[in-house]
Ligand binder design. Structure first.
Ligand SMILES: *Cc1c(COP(=O)(O)O)cnc(C)c1O
Length: 404
């Protein structure tokens, strides 16, 4: 029997860890049904540009309620296509949040435009519509609003700002497939929504992404951008009558951002489980919320009532004034307990690439302050109740060890 004192001693100081096997902040959930779908497609006549891609796009339309969906090779490609469709180009500005994966800002740079960082709400961690409005200039073309951790941004407010200033509203929904805002699924609400199906996200295609929109004009541009700017439909061609049945036209400069059919087959199979994943994620979130409500050193992310969130990340924020440790020491202590946290995210403009472009620290004080105390703890549907209990135990153990 391990004695109480031995169990309390942090693993980083030589005590027993809360668990023996390391658990990470995210993990894909793939079963035999998924692998069967992939193998079947691999043995079919089309492994790319085939029926599974079509089927997945129709399924995404049906699920999100968007008029159009285009699947692409990854979430970053989705954001690039969105910016192209929005007409973002040199001299333009695109407003986004710094508390995100770099791709949310890089997509503006790909188009020769300038990312402009608006600050976040310090309680929800999502972009603050007031700050968006403060950063609008005559050069602003689009807003890339990120549903951070899966919680929908304030869509109504952002919609109003975009309408008032004639901006394209791009929603970075890399975290938020399955989330509803005011009863409607994310994907059907902004001008363009981008999803990612990287393995850490809620459902996966290995690598993959999707773009959804209700607008026919934007849809056409997204389709072109993701497949070389090439069209096969005669009504879209410039040269008529054309050369013959082999003829297609390149009418704009696009890329090869296509998803393969075996990835689409995986995604389609994963989509069948999305509601189940959402329910399990929700269960775990509720357990964490309840456990941490009793821990004054831990600040829990605030939810807006409009968002029925399919949570991608669970973030604890340390109240460092109540602890004797730094965030780094807390992080290392958690790792030693075999509960491996991660930090989402380093403010994008702190990276050297952005620094060299002239961005300075201090631009978004709320985001920088929140960043100092946050940490993502494990959240994925495959977690057992024991896993969840271990994570809670590890957080509580480390808090108690460093309590002031
Ligand atoms: C993951 C992610 C992306 C990029 O998606 P990829 O599929 O990895 O290219 C974009 N934005 C956010 C907020 C993300 O988390």
């Amino acid at each position: 029997m391990r004695k109480g004192a031995e169990l309390e001693k942090l693993a980083i100081n030589g005590g027993y860890p809360v668990r023996n096997e390391k658990i990470f902040y995210g993990c894909q959930c793939i079963d035999e049904e998924d692998t069967k779908a992939v193998v079947e497609t691999l043995l079919s006549p089309y492994i790319t540009c085939g029926p599974k891609v079509e089927e997945t796009e129709r399924k995404l339309e049906e699920y999100t309620g968007a008029k159009h969906a285009v699947v692409v090779s990854n979430g970053t490609a989705a954001l690039h296509c969105a910016c192209i469709a929005a007409g973002v180009g040199p001299g333009d500005e695109v407003i986004t949040t710094p508390l995100t994966f770099a791709a949310s800002a890089n997509c503006a740079l790909y188009c020769g435009a300038k990312p402009v960082f608006a600050d976040i709400d310090p309680e929800t961690y999502n972009i603050d519509p007031k700050s968006i409005e403060e950063h609008i200039t005559e050069k602003t073309k689009a807003v890339v609003a990120v549903d951070f951790t899966g919680q929908a941004v304030k869509i109504k407010e952002i919609r109003e700002i975009c309408d008032k200033h004639n901006l394209i509203f791009i929603e970075d929904g890399a975290h938020s497939i399955g989330t509803k805002y005011d009863g409607k699924y994310v994907g059907s609400l902004a001008d363009i929504t981008c999803f990612s199906f990287h393995p850490v996200k809620t459902i996966t295609a290995g690598e993959g992404g999707a773009v959804t929109t209700n607008r026919d004009d934007l849809y056409q541009k997204i389709v072109e951008a993701h497949t070389h700017g090439i069209v096969h439909e005669e009504e879209l061609m410039e040269e008529a009558p054309h050369e013959g049945p082999w003829y297609y036209e390149q009418i704009s400069l696009g890329y090869n951002y296509r998803m393969t059919d075996f990835q689409a087959a995986l995604l389609l199979s994963q989509m069948k489980k999305l509601e189940k994943f959402k329910a399990r994620r929700h269960e775990i979130v509720e357990k964490y919320n309840k456990a941490f409500a009793e821990v004054p050193e831990i600040i829990v992310q605030k939810e807006i009532p409009e968002s029925d969130t399919c949570r991608h990340l669970y973030i604890i924020r340390l109240d460092l004034d109540r602890l004797t440790c730094t965030r780094r020491e807390f992080f290392d202590a958690m790792s030693a307990e075999n509960v491996q946290p991660q930090i989402h995210y380093v403010p994008v403009y702190w990276f050297p690439y952005y620094k060299h472009l002239g961005y300075e620290r201090g631009l978004c004080p709320n985001a920088e302050e929140v960043y100092k105390g946050i940490m993502s703890i494990p959240l994925y549907p495959k977690m057992t109740d024991e896993d969840v209990d271990d994570v809670i135990a590890a957080v509580k153990k480390v808090v108690e060890a460093y309590r002031k």
